[in-house]
Design a binder for this molecule. Structure first.
Ligand SMILES: [Zn+2]
Length: 248
C-alpha cells in the first residue's frame, strides 16, 4: 500500500469510452498536470456511438457529440492531447490493427507510464470494451513497443523508434495497491464528467461531486488521506532490454 509521490513526466491514458478515463483517473490527471506538469495523452478507443437510451438519437450524431464532449472534459483537467481511434462502441477487438495503433502512439509520444482499465477481474464482470482496451494497452507496452522487430514497418517506414514504458496504472482494479491523494481535485473531476452531458441524464454536478467524495473517501481511508484514487501498479522496468529479450 503506497501513496504515490513521484508522478511520471508523461503518460498515455488508454480508455475505451468517453467518460471512463475521467471516472477512473480524472482527479489524478488534474493533479499531476497542475502540480507536476505531467504530459497526458488520452487515447479514446471507441466512438461511444451506442451510449444512449434515446431512440431518436442516431449513432452518427451521438459519436460526433461525444467527441466534442471528450475534448471539453479533457480540457477541464488540463489535458490537451486527445486521440480518437473511433472503433465502434461494443465492437472493440484485439486485432493487429488496434494493437499496432496503441504501439504507434507509445512510440510517438514516448510516455513513461500508461493508464488503462484493469482488464482482469475475478469477482465482478466488466464491459467487453474495457477488457479489450486494458489488455491491448498492457500488451502494447509490455510485449511490443520496446522491440524494433514488432510492428517493424513503424520503424522502417514511419521513422518511429522503439520505446520502453516504465510502469502502468490500472484503474477499476479489484486489488489496487497504490493511491494518489486527490484532495482538492474532485471538483475538477466532477466538472470534467459533467462535460459528458449525453451520459449524465441531467444530473447536477453537485450530486456527482457528493458521490465521488464517498468513493474517494473510502479509498482515502485505506491510503490515510482524505480523498484518493486507487490503482493497481505494474512496473515494467525490471532491467534492460536484455531482460525483455529473455522473457519474449
Ligand atoms: Zn466504458
Amino acid at each position: 500500500m503506497e501513496v504515490l509521490t513521484e508522478p511520471p513526466r508523461s503518460a498515455l491514458v488508454v480508455t475505451p469510452h468517453p467518460d471512463d478515463a475521467e471516472g477512473g483517473c480524472g482527479a489524478t490527471m488534474a493533479k499531476w498536470v497542475r502540480e507536476a506538469g505531467t504530459h497526458f495523452v488520452v487515447v479514446l478507443c471507441t466512438n461511444g456511438n451506442k451510449g444512449t437510451g434515446d431512440r431518436e438519437m442516431s449513432p452518427e450524431v451521438l459519436a460526433a457529440t461525444r467527441e466534442v464532449e471528450q475534448r471539453e472534459a479533457s480540457a477541464v483537467l488540463g489535458v490537451k492531447d486527445v486521440v480518437f481511434l473511433a472503433h465502434p462502441d461494443g465492437g472493440l477487438e484485439e486485432t493487429r490493427e488496434f494493437q499496432g495503433q496503441v504501439v504507434r502512439l507509445i512510440r510517438l509520444y514516448k510516455p513513461e507510464a500508461i493508464f488503462c482499465i484493469d482488464p482482469y477481474r475475478s469477482i465482478s464482470h466488466t464491459h467487453r470494451d474495457h477488457r479489450m482496451s486494458g489488455q491491448v494497452a498492457l500488451d502494447a507496452a509490455y510485449s511490443y513497443a520496446w522491440s524494433h522487430l514488432h510492428f517493424p514497418e513503424q520503424i522502417t517506414e514511419e521513422g518511429l523508434e522503439p520505446h520502453q514504458v516504465r510502469e502502468a496504472f490500472l484503474w477499476g482494479s479489484e486489488s489496487p495497491d497504490v493511491f494518489v491523494d486527490v484532495s482538492g481535485y474532485l471538483e475538477s473531476k466532477a466538472e470534467s464528467l459533467s462535460k459528458h452531458a449525453s451520459q449524465m441524464r441531467g444530473r447536477p454536478t453537485t450530486d456527482r461531486l457528493e458521490r465521488m467524495k464517498g468513493w474517494a473517501g473510502r479509498a482515502g481511508e485505506t491510503a490515510g488521506v482524505s480523498y484518493a484514487e486507487a490503482f493497481r501498479h505494474i512496473r515494467f522496468d525490471l532491467g534492460t532490454l536484455d531482460w525483455q529479450l529473455l522473457n519474449s
